[in-house]
Design a protein around this ligand. Structure first.
Ligand SMILES: [Zn+2]
Length: 69
């Protein structure tokens, strides 16, 4: 009985080490004519210059109403 429970406690399957995620070396921006090299950690196909930038849009009260005195 005891032995069985020991066996069930075997090594967990999740113990595999994670690989660093990289996206290939020497990639170049997908934009035509652009030869900017992409970082292998950059998962985008475009360089920072062609990547559409998403600015953080601050929501809420940004506009301050200029109250004319
Ligand atoms: Zn580019």
């Amino acid at each position: 009985m005891r032995e069985e429970s020991l066996i069930l406690r075997g090594a967990s399957v999740q113990a595999l080490p994670r690989r660093n995620r990289t996206w290939g070396r020497g990639r170049v921006c997908a934009e035509e004519g652009c030869t900017t090299r992409l970082s292998m950690y950059n998962r985008s196909k475009l360089c920072w210059n062609h990547e559409p930038i998403r600015y953080y849009i601050a929501r809420g009260r940004k506009k301050r109403r200029a109250v004319a005195a």
